[in-house]
Design a protein around this ligand. Structure first.
Ligand SMILES: [Zn+2]
Ligand SMILES: [Zn+2]
Length: 161
């Protein structure tokens, strides 16, 4: 797929193509090397509705009884619209990534702010759990630049009705 990756990873000032960013992880052709790469590829999997990837990268001790189908359903039920990585750190086999993910619900833009924890086991980074900050509705967002990064006003882009 030769389009900008939904996670909007940049190299210098250029957005990476999906095929050069998260797709190799989704196809199993490469493994994320950092907690941030895993977090980005999980966001992109939510964006694209790839429940199997979300399931596989969620540590088995932390994902409860949620099935692949349930992950797929919840991912597809949400219209994701942007990702901002605020902070990422890694120490040996542990990682922490704080991010804001934007999504649309009932024509309003919401922001999910989470600090996610990751561990590396047998060479693979896995998501364990996260601390959610309260969800917020993004105020006055319709005239602001769209969080998807298109450069358009939100009302002319993802919030278009
Ligand atoms: Zn990506
Ligand atoms: Zn947009």
């Amino acid at each position: 797929m030769n389009t900008n990756c939904p996670c909007r990873m940049k190299e210098n000032t250029n957005l990476l193509n999906y095929s050069d960013c998260c797709e190799p992880f989704h196809l199993g052709n490469a493994l994320p090397e950092t907690p941030e790469q895993l977090m980005r590829s999980r966001y992109t999997a939510y964006y694209l509705g790839l429940g199997q990837y979300i399931f596989d990268t969620h540590h088995i001790d932390f994902r409860g009884n949620t099935s692949v189908e349930e992950f797929t359903h919840s991912a597809q039920a949400t219209r994701w619209c942007g990702l901002e990585v605020i902070h990422a750190e890694q120490e040996a086999d542990k990682g922490l990534v704080e991010f804001k993910a934007y999504f649309l619900d009932k024509d309003k833009l919401h922001c999910l702010n989470e600090a996610s924890n990751f561990v590396r086991e047998t060479g693979r980074w896995l998501y364990t759990d996260g601390e959610f900050k309260p969800k917020s509705v993004v105020k006055n967002s319709r005239n602001d630049p769209c969080p998807c990064g298109s450069g358009k006003k939100a009302k002319k882009c993802c919030l278009m009705d």
